[in-house]
Design a protein around this ligand. Structure first.
Ligand code: GLY
Ligand code: MN
Ligand code: MN
Length: 445
């Protein structure tokens, strides 16, 4: 078995955790029909990719506790390949992917039951692939039907995601290299969008959300990223108060702010950046005041992010700073909440800040891995070097009694991607500025 690729190294690490007689069976994602002859753009399954580096649909990995890996993949088919592109095929797969053996996926139903005969545990991704458990029942039934020949079927079915989630939580060097690049490309997209917005207004043209989305896409694809890691949010004015607002066609007007939350996917890894900026490149006093609160909250969260701290430490630091800012700017009344402690106890910040400050980031934009520490009940996860998380405070102000009108309809989020290090964290998305003066300078062109 070769260890020369990160994929082979991960397979070996997983195999070592399957226990004696364990066999893992991991399919990739199915293709999704959009309508008639059109499919949605294909995206492989992240668990499968993590172990193989293989992006074709219709493939399965079988890995046993000895480390032996078998790939099932689409067979070569000259006629189909004219329509849908070249397939690797089972013959070339062992060399290309470092697996020990490869067969046509058409042989899966016939070859898999004998591979499970004598195994003790069958490891599958639970809750990921519709119908997988039913299929597994079928394989096991076939093994049992051969019991007279002395074959024993696995007596346990276990969730391989439990192992893979823990592995994926701490990124290896090859992953961190890709994520730094995904962060830099995503940042370039944001800068393009900011510049375009201000430049159009200067030229007397009306920038709209779709113009800015086009800049993001241009930057991502131009740099070789495969596409977006998630649908881009480009929200002008009050649209920014809708957390998952998809880029539409609303105008980005001088005097209003624009919130962009977008990131590319590069070789299977996500960037995830949010920036909020004035459409014309100049913050008004009220915009700046609220923006500075969010920025200070982000800085507090960043300062709380380091190996050994808990996953919720950045969130708590962020809440304290946001709460102080809401009191200072009069969005929360001191009659109701005399101090930060009261704001926190009453969760009075919630009408303005209703999401968490962080999520894991990796192949999936909301990456896998529990945020609690294994074996410690509900206690938050202890951060370790190589974990990657977003730090993304925001404030969203809907018109309401008692809320100063000058802040109405402001939606501000500032989001960066952070690699946990021993001493703190490495921000991999800071090519795009966050400070007021730097944003204004960038947008002056
Ligand atoms: N882009 C989704 C998020 O920031 O969580
Ligand atoms: Mn995020
Ligand atoms: Mn985001």
């Amino acid at each position: 078995m070769t260890h020369s690729t990160p994929f082979a190294a991960r397979r070996a690490r997983l195999a070592a955790q399957l226990g004696p007689g364990g066999v893992a069976v991991i399919p990739t994602a199915p293709e999704q029909r959009r309508n008639r002859d059109s499919d949605y753009p294909y995206r492989h399954d992240s668990y499968f990719y993590y172990l193989t580096g293989f992006t074709e649909p219709g493939a399965w990995l079988v890995l046993d506790a000895t480390g032996r890996s078998t790939l099932f993949c689409r067979p070569k088919d000259a006629e189909r390949e004219v329509w849908t592109g070249v397939r690797l095929g089972p013959q070339a797969a062992p060399d290309a992917l470092g697996v020990d053996a490869a067969y046509s996926a058409e042989e899966l139903a016939q070859r898999l039951p004998p591979m499970l005969a004598g195994a003790q545990a069958l490891w599958l991704p639970f809750g990921v692939h519709t119908g997988l458990l039913e299929r597994a029942e079928g394989w096991l039934a076939q093994v049992r039907a051969k019991a007279r020949d002395g074959a024993s079927a696995p007596t346990q079915m276990r969730d391989v995601c439990a192992l893979l989630d823990e592995m994926r939580l701490v990124k290896d060097e090859s992953e961190l290299t890709l994520m730094r690049r995904a962060g830099a490309i995503s940042a370039e997209g944001h800068m393009r969008a900011m510049r375009r917005c201000a430049a159009m207004l200067r030229a007397g043209e009306q920038p709209c959300e779709h113009h800015l989305e086009a800049e993001l896409l241009h930057a991502f694809r131009d740099a070789g990223a495969q596409g977006v890691a998630y649908p881009s949010i480009v929200a002008a004015g009050a649209n920014a108060c809708v957390l998952h607002y998809p880029a539409g066609s609303a105008p980005c007007r001088a005097g209003e702010m624009v919130l962009i939350d977008a990131g590319c996917e590069l070789d299977g890894y996500a960037g995830d950046i949010s920036r909020t900026f004035p459409a014309n490149g100049r913050f008004t006093g009220a915009q700046r005041a609220l923006y500075e609160v969010v920025l200070a909250a982000q800085q507090a969260a960043i300062s709380a992010c380091r190996a050994g701290a808990r996953f919720d430490a950045p969130h708590e630091a962020c809440l304290r700073t946001l709460s102080q800012g809401l009191l200072d700017l009069g969005l929360l009344s001191r009659n109701r909440c005399p101090d930060v402690q009261a704001v926190l106890e009453q969760r009075a910040y919630q009408p303005f800040y209703m999401h968490r400050t962080s999520h894991w980031l990796g192949m999936d934009v909301h990456d896998c891995g529990s945020t609690t520490e294994p074996g410690e009940g509900k206690a938050a996860r202890v951060l370790r070097p190589g974990m990657v998380l977003t730090i993304e405070p925001g404030l969203y102000v809907r018109p309401a009694d008692g809320v100063p009108e000058k802040y109405w309809n402001f939606g501000i989020r500032i989001e960066d991607d952070a690699i946990v290090t021993e001493a703190g964290c490495e921000l991999i998305t800071r090519d795009v500025p966050v400070r007021v003066e730097e944003i204004e300078a960038l947008m002056r062109g």
